[in-house]
Design a protein around this ligand. Structure first.
Ligand code: NAG
Ligand code: NAG
Length: 348
């Protein structure tokens, strides 16, 4: 009971950022240290820190700028009667004009690679100055479970909302497990298994790719979720620029029952989260100039859809498409490989 109440305060503290723990502090003596540590810290203090690759030309980008630079299109044709200018406050109006068939197409064309695709390199504080580049969504579940999703925004065409996100599952205020999305899949780890900087888990965003890893170095992703000893398709990670997504973020609460988002402050635009369409250009046909297909993965794939499609109401820390949710207890993936392969074989 106590833990649940403290945890609700921690969420309130997260909402208002400044609430801190003064009301909590008086009760410290009665509670175990670890509870206090996390309850006091609040969610932001446990948010992931993300290393972007030193040579990645596409750094985290401003979500609103992406919308401002987009022309909504259906089947490569502009949508008639679309709001102009298009903003985060009116983006959901497109739902009545084509919804999921709409692609937020860059004004410059998919292969033009305009400068704003490049995003903003995190500064020495980890902030993407002038760019709100992440979205945090918190949702409460039954039995004291709280899920915090951290979505990382990338303007590079066509991967606007690339699928990169972490999700941390808390139970009675204690972080239990963390999900790292990788291409079409990802991996879940026990909280204690992943590396931290202070209290915060560390993620590595792969160079030229859409995957988050727990460690730097080269990661094979030929079969999503399976670490093959010989890399056919590999992702490369290093400690390039340390990005603190909480310093440049929009934060929301998601109500599972009503499927509604609400912002934690009055200045945060909310409507865009209801947009049903795709954040990017429509996939180039397979025979188009510049299109490359490797093991079924396309260089110019269709832009993905937004956070509300990332299964915010999850039974497990893994999305359900993964099948059985295997929570790794160590970072030694080879040790766990047998189980992973078994899981994949079961899915085939
Ligand atoms: C990182 O990606 C950039 C741009 O695609 C490329 O030029 C660079 O060689 C890559 N670095 C590594 C280590 O793969
Ligand atoms: C952003 O997406 C592009 C294109 O898919 C990719 O090359 C790049 O590595 C991504 N950057 C980050 C920081 O995720």
């Amino acid at each position: 009971m106590w833990a649940a109440r403290q945890w609700h305060r921690a969420i309130a503290g997260f909402a208002l950022f400044s609430l801190g723990g003064s009301t909590i502090r008086g009760t410290h003596a009665a509670v175990p240290d670890y509870v206090v540590k996390y309850a006091d810290a609040g969610l932001n203090a446990l948010a992931p820190l993300v290393w972007t690759h030193s040579q990645d030309p596409y750094q985290p980008a401003d979500i609103a700028a992406q919308v401002a630079h987009s022309i909504p299109q259906v089947k490569y044709k502009p949508v008639a009667g679309a709001p102009s200018p298009l903003t985060l406050n009116n983006l959901d109006q497109l739902n009545a004009l084509g919804g999921k068939d709409i692609f937020l197409t860059s004004s410059e064309g998919i292969r033009a690679l305009p400068d704003w695709f490049k995003g903003v390199r995190p500064n020495s504080d980890g902030k993407t100055e002038g760019a709100i580049s992440s979205t945090i969504v918190v949702t409460e579940r039954e039995d004291g479970v709280v899920d915090a999703f951290y979505f990382y925004f990338n303007a590079s065409n066509p991967e606007k909302w690339h699928r990169e996100h972490n999700m941390i599952r808390f139970k009675n205020g204690q972080p239990q497990a963390i999900w790292y999305s990788q291409h079409a899949g990802g991996r879940a780890f026990a909280w204690d298994a992943v590396n931290k900087r202070g209290l915060r888990p560390v993620a590595f965003s792969a160079n030229g790719s859409h995957a988050l890893y727990t460690t730097e170095g080269t990661h094979d992703h030929t079969i999503p979720g399976v670490s093959l000893p010989i890399g056919l398709l590999t992702d490369k990670c290093n400690e390039g620029f340390l990005w603190d997504p909480t310093l440049s973020t929009y934060s929301f609460r998601y109500d599972r029952a009503s499927q509604e988002f609400s912002a934690y402050d009055a200045d945060t635009p909310v409507n865009w989260l209801n947009f049903d369409g795709q954040w990017g250009d429509e996939q180039l046909p397979d025979d188009a100039e510049g299109q490359v297909i490797l093991f079924g993965q396309r260089k110019y794939a269709s832009g993905p859809n937004g956070p509300k499609f990332k299964e915010l109401d999850r039974k497990n820390v893994c999305p359900s498409k993964i099948g059985p949710c295997f929570i790794r207890r160590s970072l030694n993936l080879q040790e766990e490989e047998e189980q992973e392969l078994k899981r994949v074989v079961e899915l085939l």
